[in-house]
Design a protein around this ligand. Structure first.
Ligand code: ATP
Length: 342
């Protein structure tokens, strides 16, 4: 059982920099949990604080039924994989994988057996006597994973472990990591600034900014119902449409929000649709992002390849009422009103 409970967890660095602002939430046993946010939002500090590499200024961390807030990193039963893998360059693959077992006092034979077994699980057999410099980036990453797995920790902590790989290998490594985590069932906390990576990998995502959680939810929840305009802007490969306006009869300034993927497109008139002219067409592969310029607004809509319009033609953009969101213009927070009042 390795649930992680954070209670009012706070970290203030010298110079009065609040990196973690009284965070309280639970990461469930066996969950793949992503910490997502822009540079400087506090995600690495949070991961390092869970690992015991940073001391919190206030609050508590519990792993399973133990309060680990003041425990040394080696006694927390966690394994961390760093962005640069931090492999020992002078050691062979097998010795790198076995190193944490050595630190824990395992004898030579146990170390060799466990390291070989874990290396095989990650398809590293045949490479066990090589040094890290003689491996590809993807292989080095698997050695770092094997080293983390060798001690059977209760928790994996990953600090952007895919960011040093090229785009194609990164996608392969992502699929591999997801499968491995599913098979092992080990509670995993994964730091990334890449929203696509978080959506693809995580059971739940915490979107952070300025040391706080903006939204915590499943990938689907944060994509479909961003809690505020910050999350709406941050999540999604094509930007969410956010158009300022007024609520009819209520004298309230709001922002109308709709993802391009959740809007329909028509080249002929449709009741209730937004009318405009096609200004640009960006090819995304099987779909295109079409920008429609209307009276005082621009709106992006995703259109299947076969339906792609030509720039300059008339266009009607059809909102799906249950997929349109209204945000408060001042605070940016999601409002409860239905969008037809816009
Ligand atoms: P990145 O994606 O760039 O790594 P991050 O979201 O992981 O960013 P952190 O590294 O956790 O962010 O930093 C959070 C805040 O704390 C930033 O404002 C950063 O400048 C500050 N910070 C981090 N480490 C220290 C330190 N040792 N001393 C002082 N301030 C620090």
């Amino acid at each position: 059982m390795a649930q992680i409970d954070l209670v009012e967890l706070t970290k203030v660095y010298p110079g009065d920099v609040t990196a973690l602002d009284a965070l309280s939430f639970t990461i469930h046993d066996g969950e793949f949990f992503a910490l997502l946010g822009p540079s400087g939002c506090g995600k690495t500090t949070l991961l390092r604080t869970i690992a015991g590499l940073e001391t919190p200024t206030g609050g508590q961390i519990r792993i399973g039924d133990r309060d680990v807030t003041r425990l040394a990193p080696g006694r927390r039963d966690v394994a961390m994989v760093f962005q640069d893998y931090a492999l020992f360059p002078h050691m062979s693959v097998v010795d790198n994988i076995a190193y944490p077992l050595k630190v824990r006092g395992a004898d030579r034979r146990t170390r060799a057996a466990k390291a070989t077994e874990t290396g095989e699980q990650l398809s590293l057999h045949g490479l066990m006597q090589r040094r890290p410099a003689e491996l590809s980036g993807g292989q080095q990453q698997r050695v770092a994973l094997a080293r983390a797995m060798a001690c059977h920790p209760k928790v994996f902590l990953f600090d952007e472990p895919l960011s040093n790989l090229d785009a194609r290998l990164r996608l392969e490594a992502r699929t591999f990591l997801k499968k491995l985590q599913h098979e092992l069932g080990v509670t995993t906390v994964f730091v990334t600034h890449d929203q696509a990576e978080a959506l693809a990998l995580a059971d739940r995502i915490a979107v952070m900014s300025d040391g706080r959680i903006r939204q915590l939810g499943t990938a689907r929840e944060v994509f479909r119902r961003p809690a505020d305009t910050f999350v709406a802007n941050f999540i999604g490969s094509t930007p969410m449409n956010l158009i300022p306006g007024e609520l009819v009869g209520l004298d309230a300034s709001v922002i109308w929000g709709a993802r391009p993927e959740y809007l329909g497109f028509s080249a002929t008139a449709v009741d209730g649709a937004l009318r405009g002219t096609v200004s640009t067409v960006e090819h995304l592969g099987a779909t295109s992002l079409v920008t429609v310029a209307g009276d005082g607004f621009d709106v992006g809509v995703t259109v299947p390849e076969a339906q792609e319009p030509a720039p300059g033609t008339d266009a009607w953009v059809i909102p799906q009422p249950d997929r349109v969101l209204l945000y408060d213009a001042e605070s940016g927070a999601l409002r409860a009103e239905p969008s037809h009042q816009f």
